[in-house]
Design a protein. Structure first.
Length: 217
């Protein structure tokens, strides 16, 4: 069954504990979009929010680092309670670092390591890391803002990554983030996605629990 990871970026921060408890009861992961205003044109939140949420979360915390130099922060996010940490391939490019260095660091901290890419990065650039990672994160909008329209071409990118995994005989999880809803969840799953990040479509729904259930297959 596909896993749903509601993003607390879209939650009600005046009632954050309530929203976390709802996710505990109905979803599989709790997604944190961490932005630094450098790699992406926005700021979100950091350790204090995550540490507070970790005290009441009963499901794994999935941290998406949209930041420059993620290697400076991976260990601290792991200690703050993360179970999965993904970083952008573009961040490694920016720093002139080998992606595998970041992957190894995350794994050494006891978390699952993921590599993320924006829609303008060729999906083929992920192929060399299939053996190394625990999961990939395909952005289906451009990283940095919530509430964007889903980019339909993302479905083909997911299918291409899944096909390459099957060709080499090493199948890893594929997470999708951006514009995910009940309207496209089945198409994403059919293409090979195994984890769906959903923000506005969950927390802005009249019935968030029903929205989550509608994306599970």
């Amino acid at each position: 069954m596909i896993k749903i990871a509601p993003s607390i970026l879209a939650a009600d921060f005046l009632h954050l504990e309530r929203d976390v408890m709802l996710v505990n009861d109905h979803a599989d992961l709790l997604h944190f979009d961490v932005m630094d205003g450098c790699l992406v044109p926005n700021l979100s939140f950091g350790f204090p929010v995550m540490e507070a949420v970790a005290k009441v979360a009963t499901i794994p915390l999935d941290v998406h680092l949209m930041i420059i130099n993620p290697d400076k922060y991976i260990e601290r996010f792991a200690k703050a309670g993360a179970s999965l940490i993904s970083f952008h391939l573009e961040a490694a490019d920016e720093a002139g670092k080998d992606v595998r260095e970041y992957i190894s660091l995350a794994k050494s901290c006891g978390v699952k390591a993921g590599v993320a890419i924006d829609p303008d990065v060729p999906v083929e650039r992920l192929f060399p890391y299939i053996e190394d990672v625990d999961f990939f994160l395909i952005m289906s909008v451009f990283a940095g803002f919530g509430g964007q329209k889903f980019i339909e071409e993302s479905i083909g990118r997911i299918a291409a990554l899944r096909k390459e995994m099957e060709r080499v005989g090493i199948v890893k999880d594929i997470e999708v983030d951006g514009g995910v809803s009940g309207a496209n969840a089945k198409a994403l799953a059919d293409a090979g996605a195994t984890m769906l990040v959903a923000g506005s479509s969950v927390f802005k729904a009249e019935d968030p629990a029903a929205a989550i259930a509608g994306m599970k297959l």
